[in-house]
Write a protein that binds this ligand. Structure first.
Ligand code: SF4
Length: 147
């Protein structure tokens, strides 16, 4: 991971927090990468998130529960261009984005001036495979926008 990616993510998060940007729950989007889905899972969540059976083998279940708890939108970032289109949609006022630092840096720059709180993922099996995330970090980011 390049130091510059980490620095851009940290600086961006600091700026968004200092600006105290708020938005209604319906204006907030949680965006997570497809590599968070357990690789053994056959559900086509890329196509439709409701395909997730919420078996608990990966954090997709928890993120969906979090989106319901706060009434915020949630989407899988299945490709750079599609993810950006979703982020740039008029109804999206704030984004909590989960990804590796490089993807977060690229996403943050491309989404400007939209407010994005970036949550770096965990990679116990390396990049792009069975990734993970600290749920409390995601929840804290959601609360920064909606509370
Ligand atoms: S929680 Fe279970 S059903 Fe849902 S995406 Fe993860 S492994 Fe698949």
């Amino acid at each position: 991971m390049k130091l510059i990616d980490k620095q851009v993510v940290s600086l961006n998060n600091l700026i968004v927090k200092l600006k105290k940007k708020k938005c209604p729950p319906e204006g907030l989007l949680i965006l997570f990468p497809h590599c968070l889905q357990n690789t053994q899972c056959k559900q086509n969540i890329k196509n439709d998130l409701s395909e997730c059976k919420r078996c608990g083998k990966c954090k997709v279940k928890n993120l969906m529960e979090l989106s319901e708890k706060y009434g915020v939108s949630i989407a899988v970032a299945s490709g750079g261009r599609l993810a950006l289109e979703r982020v740039k949609a008029e109804d999206v006022q704030g984004v909590v984005a989960i990804a590796c630092e490089k993807e977060l840096r690229i996403g943050i720059m491309a989404s400007l001036p939209k407010a994005v709180i970036a949550v770096p993922n965990l990679r116990p099996h390396g990049f792009c495979k069975d990734t993970d995330v600290y749920l409390d970090e995601v929840e804290k980011a959601v609360e920064r926008f909606v509370k």
